[in-house]
Every structure is written in structure tokens, then in C-alpha cells.
Design a protein around this ligand. Sequence first.
Ligand code: ZN
Length: 406
Amino acid sequence: MTAIQLLTNVAQLVTPAGVGASRGRDMRALDITRDAAIAISDGQVIWCGPRREWTGAADVETDAGWCAVVPGLVDPHTHAVWGGDRLADFESRASGVSYESTLAAGGGIRHTVACTTASDTDALLQATWQRVRRMTRAGATTIEIKSGYGFTLEHELRQLAVVRALAALVPATLVPTMLFHLPPRDAVARVDWMQAAVFEWMPAIRDAAVGSVDVFIEQDAFSVAEAGELLRAARAQGLQCKAHTDQFNALGGTELAIAHDALSVDHLEASGPAQIAAIAASRTVGVLLPGVTLHLRMAAADGRALIDAGAVVAVGTDCNPGSSPLFSMSLAMALAVRLNGLTPAEALTACTANGATALGLSDRGRIVPGSRADFLVLRSADWRDLPYTLGDDAVARVFIAGIETS
Ligand SMILES: [Zn+2]
């Protein structure tokens, strides 16, 4: 008989209604229980409901201090393994240099690639560990981390090995993704590189126990045709797909990714009615990244139109050194309300149940019997303080698989 922990004195227990992906305006439906309790055993929720209805015995009682409790946040999009910094880019952008100009001039991401490949593995692991700790403190209990700053198979696999090593050391679930970020600039080298990516990289990625592949589809990155080759090769190896699409230009990447049954299409700032309709008609999740909108002062993705069209929408931090130095899913949720037009309830669903769907995970994102006991105790008795609060720490305590993290 395993021990039962009972979380009591919960002012509000708040969780997205329904099961699986929450679509369109159904994202507003929350189940809210006042004066609730949650029973946990073996890292899972075994019961939850009004406190007075609990009739079982508990080995341990944990007092939530009459605060609201919500599911642990799921961040489906980060680039948290990097070396060096981009403080000079930040300063020059604030002086009027555009992100595209920085990319085209060989700065920006190429600087991060040089610093990341030059870092020793222990230094990369230490730096990433610190970032994951900050993300967890702000409420993220599941975090996707992409490679993409290696550009060679050896260095991409090294970044993914850092994620896997770290996953064994931290309480949060870390989900590694191989990102095809930028192709070689030389046209001849690019053709050979694509051949290697399709025939050599994909089997190696599968053998490295990485479940999914992401491709950055943009004018200065991979073309739709190249991305099609990569995604087809990934699917042939049994890998899941996702893509960075419509960040600056709607080139057809969203439609391509959906055709490959992608888990998610991420960014969507330049998506028009055709792309929004395509996402809404699919089971692919549209992932909004409001940190980029804030940091680069770009147009925001039209989250309101996506949800009104019936899409499944999630939110991520896109934590990365160049375009979104955002470590807090709580703040990403708050920004999705201000910048992407989500209601507070839609934003909570986007950051929990739908984030899990964007990672292909069905065991989390809600507080229901059978789910992982990943949840947050807020500082407030009203859950709406979480998306309402800007820049303060609305999350008081983080529980992962039923265990409080420090
Ligand atoms: Zn990204």
C-alpha cells in the first residue's frame, strides 16, 4: 500500500474541462472547485474534489494555505541549450537594427552557434541547468528543449545529450527536439548537406532517442521544398514533426507541416486567413510565442482569430538568447492575454492541456484522477491572478509528480 498525500485548504482547484486537446472556444471551459482537496499517490492524482467529499485516509496532509491550485505549466517551445550571450544584439536592436538584418549579416544566431559549439559540455549543462531551474520556479513542470545551435550532426547530438543528461537531474520533465535551424549559406554545400541530413542525420536522431524534429521554414532559413524533404525523412524514421512557420512570411510552411501531421506549428505571426483555416481544420496545435512579439516588437500572432476559427492553441516561452529571453511561462501566459487576444481561461488552457498536446503527452495538463500530480500553488486565492500579474512571482509552490520542488 503506497502512501497517500492529501493537499487541503485549496481555495480554488482550477483545471481545463474535458479530455485531450481543447479546441476553439472550448478552451474557455474550466472546472473550478472551491474549498477543494487533491489526493496523490505514486506521483499521480488519485482523487480530487470538494474537501468535504474526501472520505479516505491520508498518510500526509499538505496545507495549500487557502490559495488557488492550477496544473503545472507545459512549455512546448524553448531553445534553452546555448553558449555565450546576445547582449550586443539586444543593444543594437534597441538602436534600430532589424532581426532580419542581423541574421542576413551573419550575426545573431551564427554568433550563438559559434559560442555553443566552443563551450565544453559541462559548461553547457551547467548553464542549461540554471535556466531550467528558473523556468521551473516560474511554474513550468514540463519543458521542451530544442537543439539547433550546432549545425553539424556531432554538435546537434551533443546539445540533445545535454538535455537528456539534465532530464535525469531535474524534477521537471524535459522533452528533447532536434531543430533544423539554418542550412549552410553556400548553395553547393547546401545540396550535399541536405543529402546528409536526410540519409545520415535522421537515423542518428532516431537512434539518439529523440522523438521529434523541428524545421525553421523562412526566407533566410529552409525553403518549403527543403523542409518537405526533411519532414518526409523524419516521418519515415518514425519521428514526430513540428515546424517554425509564418514568423516573418507565410511561405506555405504551415500547410506543409500540417500535411505531415505535425504536432505543432509555432510562431504564426504572419499567418493569414488561409493558414488559420488550415490549422483550425487540423489536429496540429498552433503555438503562440508572445515573448518574441515583446522582445522584437513584432506583430503578434492572431491568437483570437485562431481560437475563433476552432484551432487548438498553445503558448510557449521560445526561451532563447536572440529573440525571446523569456524564462517564465507565467509571464508568457500573461502576455498571451495582452498580445494575442486570449481570454484568461483560454490562456490557462493554452499553457497546460494544450501545451501537453503540442508535445504529444496525454498524461498531464489537467488535475484529474490518473493525471501526473504536476501542479502549482499560487500566491492568491483567485487563479486569475496568474495571467493578471506581470513580472511578479504569482507562483508560490511547484509540485512535480506530487513532490514539492525547492
Ligand atoms: Zn523557436
